[in-house]
Design a protein around this ligand. Structure first.
Ligand SMILES: [Zn+2]
Length: 195
């Protein structure tokens, strides 16, 4: 069975994290030229054995994502994101965005136009699209619901209302298998907007 865009996107992100668990210090810069400081930080945490519990969590989440094969990848397990410093303000938004595979156009719209959530413009675009709903990776804000780059990278997709139950099932199962202590992110791995 061919992988969905969401599954491919998620496994690419897991590959990047796993590679940082074993990379020699002097190779980080060439392997992650757009996220040097962040990648160095994660590689150091791995070397100091402070991320020993995230690899099995990534594997568990990857298995769930592969099984459900969603059109868009879910957000990374919030425990893992916290441990590696995705939510910390230590790193530039662009470094984190590049590492997470976000397109340049969407990062610019996020950082320069301060669009920190799905807003009225996204909803008006949905109304114009002729579609009933769209889904994004939670935490990712597309520059437009029509952004081809975000769609190609498995971060954004129009969906039929009938597909939403499958997305909610992934969220439920991920939350059950990977408990964590972030009440605000509980069962929130996708952002789904419907008319
Ligand atoms: Zn974009």
């Amino acid at each position: 069975m061919p992988s969905s865009k969401g599954a491919l996107s998620f496994s690419g992100l897991v590959d990047r994290l796993v590679s940082l668990s074993a990379i020699p210090e002097e190779r980080v810069e060439e392997a992650f030229p757009a996220s040097i400081n962040f990648a160095r930080h994660v590689a150091r945490l791995f070397r100091e054995d402070r991320l020993f519990d995230i690899l099995p969590r990534l594997e568990t989440q990857l298995q769930i994502v592969r099984r459900f094969s969603p059109p868009v990848r879910p957000a990374l397990d919030p425990y893992t994101s916290t441990q590696i410093g995705v939510f910390s303000k230590l790193f530039d938004d662009y470094e984190i965005g590049h590492f997470l595979g976000y397109p340049e156009c969407c990062m610019r719209s996020f950082a320069e136009d301060i669009r920190y959530s799905i807003d009225g413009d996204h909803i008006r675009e949905l109304e114009r699209s002729g579609m009933k709903a769209f889904v994004t990776t939670a935490g990712f804000i597309p520059c437009s619901v029509f952004c081809k780059e975000a769609q190609n990278r498995g971060l954004l997709s129009f969906v039929e209302p009938s597909e939403i139950a499958n997305l909610r099932a992934i969220e439920k199962e991920t939350a059950a298998k990977l408990p964590h202590f972030h009440p605000e992110y509980r069962e929130h791995y996708f952002e789904i907007k419907s008319l």
